[in-house]
Design a protein around this ligand. Structure first.
Ligand SMILES: [Ca+2]
Length: 181
């Protein structure tokens, strides 16, 4: 009986592979924009951001990758831009640049860091954006776009590919949901 109880307690603390976990730290030069865990916003959100903003956010996962999903997006199309970089600074490779009203698709970094910037010009302001972030232990690599690629899993401190023996559509659906599709 004692063994059973110990086993059950141990099971509660086992890290189930493939679930989303917290474990991402943020640093920013724009105070108040990462006030709740797992979420960053444009300055003043839900009110309009200000003119002349130049913000950055550095997201660092303790292991694995950083996954972003955009919940809200409204900036001036021509002139107020969010840029996302696949790494720890603006000299890392730029994944894309976003402005306007379309919600960008989900993104996963290839290392454990993601760098985001927001700049606004001297006129016309809107509500800006809300981005949710999580640590991810799965990622797609070498695909032609963000929804296609070779599946990799973070395990024992390194990324590895997944053996496709016995791989099923159900497995694919689970991974797709984990990646936010
Ligand atoms: Ca503007």
């Amino acid at each position: 009986m004692e063994y059973l109880v110990i086993f059950m307690l141990a099971a509660l603390y086992v890290n189930i592979p493939g679930v989303w976990c917290q474990g991402v730290t943020t640093s920013t030069n724009c105070p108040g924009t990462s006030q709740s865990p797992g979420r960053i916003t444009s300055p003043n959100y839900p009110s309009n951001y200000l003119n002349g903003q130049s913000c950055y956010w550095l997201l660092t996962a303790n292991a694995g990758a950083v996954h972003l999903s955009f919940e809200h997006f409204y900036t001036e199309q021509c002139c107020d831009k969010v840029r996302v970089y696949d790494g720890g600074s603006s000299s890392s490779s730029q994944i894309d640049e976003y402005s306007g009203t379309s919600i960008p698709s989900n993104l996963t970094s290839s290392s454990n860091q993601m760098y985001i910037t927001f700049t606004s010009d001297g006129s016309v302001v809107y509500t800006g954006f809300v981005i949710k972030y999580t640590r991810s232990v799965v990622r797609l690599q070498s695909g032609s776009d963000s929804s296609y690629g070779r599946l990799e899993v973070f395990h024992n401190n390194q990324w590895g590919t997944v053996c496709d023996d016995l791989w099923s559509m159900t497995n694919s659906h689970v991974v797709c949901r984990q990646l936010g599709f």
